[in-house]
Ligand binder design. Structure first.
Ligand SMILES: [Zn+2]
Length: 297
């Protein structure tokens, strides 16, 4: 259907004698598939790409605009951090970028917006405490009533995620050697029990959903100490070198340590804005805002 539409457009352009360049542009677009139109790929460095997905175009009621998927390419292997919602195939895009290099895939945690594409890939790594979650069939029929009708594409997967071929458990401190690039696993529980962050030897810190601007999904108050201790572990990394760049799994990327500082302060001060909380019926949670972050608890 898309191809037919483009053919009609090309015919219209030829009929109306528009210039050649426009004709070529349309031809190029017609060769882009649905995945290439859906994902936004940005080359950040020779070894680092970000692949962005619009979560608000899947379900706006999660109050999140972007999900950030990252691809790190070493001289021997490549490492994909998260697989998005799986609405459109991710693997063909990654294959184009890494060629014949071996690919490792890590989930920062097992929530649906980070593991949806898992079944496209062979080997998935996840923290040992979320191995059980990630190895089960996951029902995503909660997306069926999204105001964004494109979610009906999940029908082709029966609104469920199947587990990946092979799941490997990760522990804190595990190190991946990609060839001239190493990536270290840091267990940062709080957002979820097995949330991990990743630090490269190029001073790039991937924080998953443990720290990002926008809508932060926090655990219940009694688990704030766990979240705060994880954030302190991440902030302590800056004592070694102050110029670490932070790459979160949602919203802004390549941010500075002020993200961690303001999030720690925000969580510590949450009592001061507790009276302003509003119940979100869809999320079944409290929503608060302190000017820096929206907190969902
Ligand atoms: Zn998320």
């Amino acid at each position: 259907m898309i191809i037919l539409l483009y053919l009609l457009r090309i015919k219209y352009i030829l009929d109306s004698n528009k210039d050649k360049k426009l004709y070529i542009d349309i031809l190029i677009i017609s060769f882009m598939d649905e995945s290439e139109e859906w994902f936004e790929v940005i080359k950040l460095k020779d070894h680092l790409y970000i692949i962005r997905e619009r979560l608000d175009e899947v379900e706006p009621r999660f109050l999140t605009k972007f999900t950030n998927i990252y691809l790190i390419i070493g001289t021997n292997k490549a490492l994909l951090i998260d697989t998005g919602t799986g609405l459109y195939p991710l693997k063909p895009i990654i294959k184009k970028m890494i060629g014949a290099k071996e690919l490792l895939v890590i989930n920062t945690h097992s929530h649906f917006d980070h593991r949806g594409g898992n079944e496209e890939f062979e080997d998935i790594y996840i923290h040992e405490s979320e191995l059980g979650n990630a190895s089960m069939i996951f029902d995503i029929s909660f997306l069926k009533d999204s105001p964004k009708t494109r979610v009906q594409l999940f029908e082709r997967r029966n609104f469920r995620y199947n587990p990946p071929h092979t799941l490997h458990p990760l522990k804190d401190g595990h190190e991946f050697d990609l060839g001239e690039l190493t990536v270290k696993v840091i267990h940062t529980p709080g957002h979820s029990v097995g949330s991990i962050s990743l630090l490269t030897n190029q001073k790039e810190l991937f924080t998953g959903d443990s720290a990002h601007f926008g809508a932060m999904y926090l655990p219940k108050k009694r688990k704030f100490p766990t979240m705060l201790s994880s954030l302190s572990i991440l902030l302590d990394l800056f004592q070694e070198s102050d110029d670490i760049e932070i790459y979160p799994s949602h919203e802004d990327f390549q941010v500075k340590k002020v993200l961690l500082e303001s999030l720690i302060k925000g969580i510590n001060d949450i009592e001061t804005i507790w009276d302003t909380k509003v119940k979100d019926k869809y999320l079944q949670a409290w929503v608060l805002n302190d000017g820096n972050f929206t907190y969902i608890i």
